[in-house]
Design a protein around this ligand. Structure first.
Ligand code: PMP
Ligand code: GLN
Length: 387
């Protein structure tokens, strides 16, 4: 057996969703919307099934989707992207991350990873024989420790993995922070894998792709996901935008792992990307409303709510709840107990930290607010009754 894979725990999202089902809890754990994406997109996908879109798609994606990805890069970020050579369609951002890492890394290469980190990053880096160099953001502001970040770069650094807007923190990196990262990449001649799946989910702050900064166009692999942009997380359609030289190698990794992504879904995602800007604005506004309902309710109950400028997620400090947290109880134990006792499932933020970096903060929990306002209110009521 492969030790790296066999020794991995089951993902916290699966664990908490199963626990939620077992206890009939409201699931604010795993991040998926509880309403369907736009009906015209599901109808487009269904129609494509009846329209002969059932054989292998081209390896790098349907031309219509690659063209839509290029247009979206131009519309939102002013990026000039060649759809023929600079876009690779993948089966979700999860695959996009894996094939981008596979394209860049040789055994022994170092990758700077910012913690708290999304759960697939480290296992894939390690599977490739590369070495993660972990840098922890500092709560409650999730500020970037610049000295530590600079110190994580060295002669063996091949890349940084940067997630903005960031899961689980809800942090959106500012242009200034990105500028600091850009300086390090230039200094160390390194690349960036930019996980931007929440690019359209920011709340009153702009999302700036690192790729748009001076000198960064040729160093970045920018990853998006239809799951997040169209509230269709089950579709697993992602896309990588990268300079042709890198995209060609990403395509080779994709060729071996997946080869091609479901064509009917690709066709619908192309339509989704071409929707007018009002669709994307409304999506962010709807999510802002949900964040506000949850944040206000949690504050009133006594949670220490951390800032959140984007994503589906809000983090909160449970230490301010006093005796609601038992002596010696960490975030993991508390989340499990609350699923059973309050009937609300959450994600412990310590699940996004690697043990090799020392003890993780054990007092932060993540709420997914990509749910109907009524469901958020019900979850808040359950907490109010319990605490
Ligand atoms: N990156 C981040 C930060 C995510 O939160 C997720 C999933 N929500 C993914 C990647 C994976 O996206 P996909 O479902 O498109 O594979
Ligand atoms: N990205 C989702 C989250 O953070 C979960 C995706 C998954 O379950 N793999 O909640």
């Amino acid at each position: 057996l492969n030790h790296q894979i066999a020794s991995q725990p089951t993902t916290i999202f699966t664990v908490m969703s199963a626990l939620a089902a077992q206890h009939g809890a409201i699931n604010l754990g795993q991040g998926f919307p509880d309403t369907e994406g736009p009906a015209h997109l599901t109808e487009t996908a269904a129609a494509a099934l009846h329209d002969g879109r059932n054989q292998y798609a081209p390896l790098t994606g349907l031309p219509e989707l690659r063209e839509a990805v290029a247009r979206s890069n131009a519309r939102f970020y002013g990026l000039d992207v060649d759809p023929a050579t600079e876009v690779v369609v993948t089966s979700g951002a999860t695959e996009a991350l894996a094939v981008s890492l596979a394209a860049l890394l040789n055994p022994g290469d170092e990758v700077v990873v910012i913690e708290p980190a999304y759960d697939t990053y480290l296992p894939v880096i390690r599977l490739l024989g590369a070495i993660p160099k972990l840098v922890r953001l500092t709560p409650p502001e999730w500020s970037v420790p610049r000295d530590a970040l600079a110190a994580a770069f060295g002669p063996k650094t091949k890349a940084i993995l940067l997630n903005s807007p960031m899961n689980p923190t809800g942090k959106v990196f500012t242009s200034e922070e990105l500028g600091f990262v850009a300086g390090l990449l230039q200094q160390h001649d390194a690349y960036a894998i930019c996980d931007e799946v929440y690019e359209h989910l920011t709340f009153g702050v702009p999302h700036v792709p690192l790729m748009t900064l001076p000198g960064m166009r040729d160093r970045c692999l920018r990853i998006g996901s239809a799951g997040k942009s169209f509230s269709l997380t089950g579709w697993k359609v992602g896309y990588v935008t990268a300079p042709a030289r890198l995209a060609a190698v990403v395509a080779k990794a994709h060729q071996n792992l997946v080869f091609a992504t479901a064509p009917n879904l690709q066709r619908a995602v192309a339509v989704g990307l071409d929707q007018d800007t009002a669709y994307f604005t409304t999506l962010a506004q709807d999510m802002t409303l949900r964040r506000d309902i949850l944040a206000a309710g949690l504050r009133e109950i006594g949670f220490g709510v951390l800032p959140c400028d984007g994503t589906y997620f809000l983090t909160a400090d449970i230490r301010t709840l006093g005796s609601v947290v038992r002596n010696g109880e960490d975030d993991q134990a508390w989340c499990r107990r609350m699923t059973a006792e309050a009937g609300v499932a959450l994600i412990p933020v310590s699940a996004f930290y690697d043990p090799s970096g020392g003890e993780a903060p054990g007092y932060l929990v993540r709420f997914a607010f990509c749910k109907q306002p009524l469901v958020l209110e019900q979850a808040l009521t359950r907490f109010r009754d319990r605490v």
